[in-house]
Ligand binder design. Structure first.
Ligand code: FBP
Length: 273
C-alpha cells in the first residue's frame, strides 16, 4: 500500500527515535525552564554535555532551537533532534508559570534538520485553552511536514492538588492521546502497577517517563526507570538526572542497558554509584 508522503516521513522519523520501540531521550531545555542554576559549574557549555550524551549513545536529544544551533556540528547527521517549541522561564510570577509560551516555530525546526517537535501542555492549568491552541497549531504544521509531535503532558494548575496522583496523570495522558500526540512524556506515578494503568490509558501511543528532579541516590532513579519499563513504557526523557550526575556518560549507559537490554538495576548500579 502506498502512503502519502508526510505519513511516510512521520513513520521514518518515529522509527529513528524509537529504533526498537524504546528510547532514552536527553532533555536539555533547562536553561530557559529553570535557569542556569540547574547546571553544574563545569557544564554550562552546552557543547560539552551534548558531546557526552551523543558519545554515550542516547537515542535522541530534545532541546531548544538556540541550543540546537550552537551544537549543530556535534549532533547533525548523528542523532535525531527534537525541537521543543514552547517554553517558560521561572523568572515569571508564579501564576504565569502555568503557561508555556511560543518558543520557536515548526518551520524553524524543519530548517535546522529536526526529526520531531515537542510542546508542553499543562493539563488543568488556568491557561489550558491558550496552550491547546498552540499545541494544535504546532501539531497541524508538524504533520504537514511529516514530523512527529511529542507532547509533554503535565497536569498542573491551582485545581490540581497532586500532579503525580495516578488518576491525574492518567487524565493528562488520555487528553494527550485525544489531542493527537505521537509521543507522550509524563510523570512517573510512583509504582509499576499505577504506571501500567497510565500506559494502558495511552492506548498504544508511546509513553516516555519524565525524569524529574535529581534523585539523591542515583540507583533510586534507575529503579524508577526499570519500573516504568516493566509497566510497558517506551523509555524516558531525562535531563537533570543525567547532566547533574557526577558521571553523565555512565548514567546514560546504565539507563540504556535498562531501556534497551532489559538489564536489572543490580547489574548496572555500579555504573552510577
Ligand atoms: P528533567 O528530567 O530534568 O525533569 O527534564 C524533563 C523536563 O520536562 C525538561 O524538559 C524541562 O525543562 C523540565 O523537566 C521541566 O521542569 P519543571 O517540571 O520543573 O517545570
Amino acid at each position: 500500500m502506498r502512503h502519502v508522503y508526510n505519513d511516510i516521513g512521520k513513520r521514518i522519523r518515529l522509527k529513528k527515535i524509537l529504533r526498537d520501540d524504546k528510547a532514552l531521550i536527553f532533555a536539555f531545555d533547562h536553561g530557559v525552564e529553570h535557569g542556569p542554576k540547574d547546571f553544574p559549574e563545569d557544564r554550562i557549555d552546552p557543547r560539552k554535555i551534548i558531546s557526552i550524551a551523543i558519545d554515550s549513545g542516547v537515542d535522541a536529544i530534545m532541546t531548544t532551537l538556540g541550543i540546537a544551533s550552537l551544537t549543530y556540528d556535534i549532533w547533525g547527521g548523528k542523532i535525531p533532534m527534537i525541537i521543543k517549541l514552547t517554553g517558560k522561564t521561572s523568572l515569571r510570577p508564579e501564576k504565569e508559570r502555568l503557561l508555556q509560551s511560543v518558543f520557536g516555530y515548526v518551520r524553524e525546526a524543519v530548517a535546522i534538520g529536526a526529526d520531531a517537535v515537542a510542546a508542553t501542555v499543562y493539563w488543568g492549568s488556568e491557561y489550558e485553552d491558550v496552550m491547546l491552541d498552540r499545541w494544535f497549531s504546532i501539531r497541524l504544521t508538524a504533520e504537514r511536514y511529516g514530523l512527529p509531535a511529542l507532547q509533554l503532558a503535565y497536569p498542573r494548575g491551582s485545581a490540581i492538588k497532586n500532579m503525580y496522583d495516578p488518576e491525574v496523570v492518567r487524565y493528562g495522558v488520555r487528553a494527550a492521546v485525544e489531542s493527537g500526540a505521537d509521543l507522550i512524556k509524563t510523570y512517573y506515578t510512583g509504582s509499576e502497577e499505577s504506571f501500567r494503568r497510565v500506559v494502558e490509558t495511552a492506548a498504544g501511543v508511546p509513553i516516555l517517563m519524565s525524569g524529574g528532579a535529581t534523585r539523591e541516590d542515583p540507583v533510586d532513579f534507575l529503579r524508577d526507570v526499570k519500573s516504568v519499563m516493566r509497566a510497558g513504557a517506551n523509555g524516558a526523557v531525562v535531563g537533570r538526572n543525567i547532566f547533574q550526575h557526577k558521571d553523565p556518560g555512565n548514567m546514560i549507559k546504565a539507563l540504556l542497558k535498562i531501556i534497551h537490554e532489559d538489564k536489572e538495576v543490580d547489574e548496572v548500579a555500579h555504573l552510577v554509584e
